[in-house]
Design a protein around this ligand. Sequence first.
Ligand SMILES: NC(=O)c1ccc[n+]([C@@H]2O[C@H](COP(=O)([O-])OP(=O)(O)OC[C@H]3O[C@@H](n4cnc5c(N)ncnc54)[C@H](O)[C@@H]3O)[C@@H](O)[C@H]2O)c1
Length: 249
Amino acid sequence: MIVSALDKKVALVTGAARGIGQAIAVELAADGADVALADVQTEWLEETAGLVRAQGRRAETYAMDVAVEASVEAAVAKMLEDFGRIDVLVNNAGITRDTLLMRMSEADWDAVLDINLKGAFLVTRAVVKPMMKQRSGVIVNIASVVGLMGNAGQANYTASKAGLIALTKTTARELGSRSIRVNAVAPGYIRTAMTEKLSDAARAAMLNLVPLRRPGEPEDVARVVSFLASDNAAYVNGQVLTVCGGMVM
Ligand SMILES: NC(=O)c1ccc[n+]([C@@H]2O[C@H](COP(=O)([O-])OP(=O)(O)OC[C@H]3O[C@@H](n4cnc5c(N)ncnc54)[C@H](O)[C@@H]3O)[C@@H](O)[C@H]2O)c1
């Protein structure tokens, strides 16, 4: 009998309603995991739930604003009640509010840092308690190549993703002794609603930096996340894995 890489595992994916988060949820299910799906857009979550169930796995949906402590704590408590454990956390929820630093408002800065960085901290803290009791767990944070290289027009977003990379390394150091692994995936230019907002010129400029000369698909990221979540990556810890067609080397 072939045992799937994530057989009997329970995964929590934030920002699972669409895009990369949806693809991650489906890939984890294809590899054997049951999935708790969290997002602010609860009505869109049903589509992801249907796709997970089509893989023969359990899916439940949760309203969760990752930037609000009470919302995170309540949703994680309900997930633990429903599934009994959380083995894998994917901190994927994220937003952009792009503009040049000169024009960036405090509200633009705060919104992006609150969701992309504080959100990952809040969900990690909520999930780490049960993982420490289990003495096992895996966390994958969805960062970005621009957190490594910077990007004009994204002071808030690049700072949030660089912060997420530092959070990844610190949590990996703090939690390793409990057999909890923490890694980051840094996607490049991936075709989703987030990048649809870019101008044609900005998109062409991005593609010019990609040796493979094509944008990535959400599934390109999802497959790497599922690998990191599995025991196939049992000795991979505190790393940043870029999935960017060679944009960053
Ligand atoms: N698309 C890319 O090219 C790209 C590149 C690098 C990194 N990323 C990262 O990948 C992740 C997913 O991006 P995407 O392209 O799929 O974006 P997307 O906009 O398609 O999806 C993001 C999801 O996060 C949810 N979300 C937003 N705010 C939330 C909150 N406060 N609480 C819970 N959920 C919330 C949204 O409702 C949405 O479902 C993000 O962290 C993004 O920064 C994307």
